[in-house]
Ligand binder design. Structure first.
Ligand code: ZN
Length: 142
């Protein structure tokens, strides 16, 4: 069977790292799917989804520092010349991270590691409310 849910995620923008593991786990429980996969997809081109060990060093500093090296905020972007906005770096970072993640569901649970959390990173330059589409495909029986 296929079950689809949408999550609404408020962010502060500017590389805000939001831990969405609990909501995703709740969506899996609500779906009743015991064996299958969940696909998470951020709607929009300035945020991405991945996993990390969610602790203050990584969440508040290290990931931001890495993205600043890869696509610096102060660099010149053709996107900004064309559209007269300020988020060329946001788009480049989001494209490199990717908008989606697939996690296997086994025995009705996400197969995450002990410290592995699902995060949404919002690269835009202002607070946003993000929509994450959660689509679960699988079997209710084991
Ligand atoms: Zn833009």
């Amino acid at each position: 069977m296929v079950k689809t849910q949408e999550l609404s995620v408020k962010t502060k923008g500017n590389c805000d790292v939001v831990n969405i593991t609990e909501q995703i786990g709740a969506a899996v429980t609500l779906s009743g799917i015991s064996a299958g996969t969940i696909t998470l997809f951020n709607v929009g081109s300035t945020a991405g989804i991945t996993t990390t060990e969610y602790e203050p060093g990584l969440a508040n500093y290290d990931l931001k520092a890495a993205f600043e090296k890869i696509a610096p905020e102060s660099a010149r972007y053709e996107h900004e010349e064309t559209w007269h906005d300020d988020n060329g770096h946001s788009h480049v970072r989001a494209s490199l991270l990717g908008p989606s993640l697939v996690v296997p569901i086994v025995d009705g649970r996400l197969t995450l590691g002990t410290w592995q959390q699902i995060i949404l990173i919002d690269f835009d330059t202002r607070p946003r409310t993000r929509t994450v589409v959660c689509q679960m495909v699988g079997d209710p029986d084991r």
